[in-house]
Design a protein around this ligand. Structure first.
Ligand SMILES: Cc1cc2nc3c(=O)[nH]c(=O)nc-3n(C[C@H](O)[C@H](O)[C@H](O)COP(=O)(O)OP(=O)(O)OC[C@H]3O[C@@H](n4cnc5c(N)ncnc54)[C@H](O)[C@@H]3O)c2cc1C
Length: 463
């Protein structure tokens, strides 16, 4: 086994000393990520901040020869323990590789280093009249590398898809330090296997993504936001199909249940109607000239679907006010108990009201405090559970409830994770969600790319 001091000395010969951290307190910070309910007391040996691809290649060659685990890290905001270095080793932090290398208006593509912050990319492409829709809701900090590795989605998935729909090509440093370029910088590609897609959702277990070529789309000329209240969840979910019937195609259809509405209003009052069972936040976009018609049609569909109250934003300020309520839901739920956990199950949309009512019943059975939000247009629900992680009875109840949430989701034809990933948090349930053959081939693929199992070991599945 290679000692910590040998790893440090070797890495200091590869990178400038200032880009190598190894003090206990520094390593402690990088032993955790954004996940509340998965903790580890194992520290990484060294955390490095490379500035070049060549440095990453040298790190990987050294790690592979000496069987040292390597965990890539963006902003560390994933919610499934995907960055936790369970076996110590080296953390490669991407904060110094955050350059946008090219924005090509004609081709509608961007080429970026993996550490680019998603929100920064959105701002920069906006200046060219272009748009990069995938939006993990914490886009002000989360990175493109992290979004690719977690297959991140976000509110605009209903109309625009997730990160996987925007990755055209990748440059990846492989476990042995070689570089693989895969994919293209064109919009279409039917040239052999789409290896670049393998890295999406791979959680850093197959290779270190250093650059990505991303598809961009034209920026919608304008947007507006509508909030609609319903007396039952089923009417709210049915309204989505009714919108499609009438050719209304929103970019976002988000959902808050009664508990969420009440909790937000309690801590961040913004005029929500607390006696309603469900609220939808609907964002529509398109040409300026189309907006009045879109909103009129949407309002009609919502009324026919059973909406009792409809708020149409009249300006940007009112749009923001509507979104503030939705965005405040996690923080508001967090105020109910010392800790808050969230999850991201998804079912075919036709089963979403069964999922919501089933989750409520399970939470009640285990006496959990729960608020439910979600990207209802996609069938994706985020139950937010307020609890005290120091209270073993509450944790035990949560663990039991979680098993039942997943069983219900799978029964309803859905799957474990829509956009957060598997990491350490959900891996014990993976075999229930994928076929034995699929799991077998996932493991074989891992062994092809990383025969020494040094790339983010223990994540997604055990070998
Ligand atoms: C408040 C909050 C709200 C959120 N909302 C959403 C949401 O709406 N939708 C959504 O999809 N997610 C959401 N998330 C989850 C999180 O934002 C996403 O998973 C995000 O994309 C992670 O980016 P990151 O840079 O923090 O990645 P990290 O957490 O640093 O890393 C995530 C994974 O990517 C790997 N990785 C990182 N960089 C690389 C690289 N260069 N090469 C290979 N592997 C790499 C890591 O090893 C790890 O496995 C939310 C998180 C928070 C805290």
């Amino acid at each position: 086994m290679v000692t910590k001091s040998k790893i440090k000395a070797e890495l200091e010969s590869i990178l400038p000393k200032k880009n190598v951290l190894s003090a206990i307190e520094e390593c402690y910070v990088y032993s955790q990520d954004g996940t509340n309910d998965v903790q580890s007391d194992v520290l990484p040996d060294v955390v490095v901040f490379p500035e070049t691809i060549e440095e990453i290649q040298s790190i990987m060659r050294f790690a592979n020869e000496n069987r040292i685990p390597v965990v890539a890290r963006g902003a560390g905001t994933n919610l499934v323990g995907a960055c936790i270095p369970k076996r110590g080793g080296i953390i490669i932090n991407f904060t110094k590789m955050d350059n946008i290398l090219e924005i090509n208006k004609t081709n509608m593509t961007a080429k970026v280093q993996a550490g680019v912050v998603v929100g920064k990319l959105q701002e920069e492409v906006d200046k060219f009249g272009l748009f990069f829709p995938p939006d993990p809701s914490n886009l002000k900090v989360s990175t493109v590398g992290g979004a690719i590795a977690q297959s991140a989605g976000g509110p605009k998935t209903f109309k625009y898809g997730t990160t996987k729909d925007y990755v055209l090509g990748l440059k990846v440093v492989l476990a042995d330090g070689r570089i693989m370029e895969t994919g293209v910088n064109t919009i279409k590609n039917a040239t052999g296997y789409h290896l670049e897609q393998l890295f999406i959702g791979s959680e850093g277990t197959l290779g270190i993504v250093v650059e990505a070529t991303l598809k961009l789309i034209p920026k919608p000329e304008t947007t507006n936001v509508v909030m609609a209240y319903f007396d039952n969840v089923e009417d709210a979910t049915n309204s989505v199909t009714n919108m499609i019937d009438k050719n209304v195609y929103p970019s976002t259809i988000d959902f808050m249940n009664r508990n969420t509405i009440k909790t937000v209003e309690k801590f961040y009052p913004c005029g929500l109607l607390t006696d309603k069972e469900a609220a939808l936040i609907i964002e529509v976009d398109g040409l300026n000239i189309s907006m009045e018609t879109q909103i009129m049609r949407l309002e009609t569909v919502l009324r026919l679907s059973g909406a009792t109250d409809i708020v149409i934003a009249r300006n940007k300020e009112e749009q923001e006010k509507i979104w503030t309520g939705r965005r405040a839901s996690f923080g508001a739920t967090a105020k109910l108990r010392p800790d808050v956990l969230t999850n991201d199950m998804i079912v075919p949309r036709e089963n979403i009201s069964k999922l919501v009512s089933g989750i409520n019943e399970i939470a009640e059975k285990y006496r959990l405090i729960i608020s439910i939000v979600g990207h209802i247009g996609d069938g994706n629900i985020h139950p937010q559970i307020a609890l005290d992680l120091e209270n073993s009875a509450e944790v035990e109840n949560y663990e039991k409830a979680k098993k039942e949430f997943y069983a219900l989701t799978l029964d309803l034809g859905g799957t474990l994770s829509a956009e957060h990933g598997i990491g350490l948090e959900k891996k014990e349930f993976l075999a229930q969600a994928v076929s034995p053959e699929a799991l077998e081939y996932m493991k074989k693929i891992k062994m092809v790319f990383d025969p020494n199992n040094i790339l983010n070991p223990d994540k997604i599945f055990d070998l």
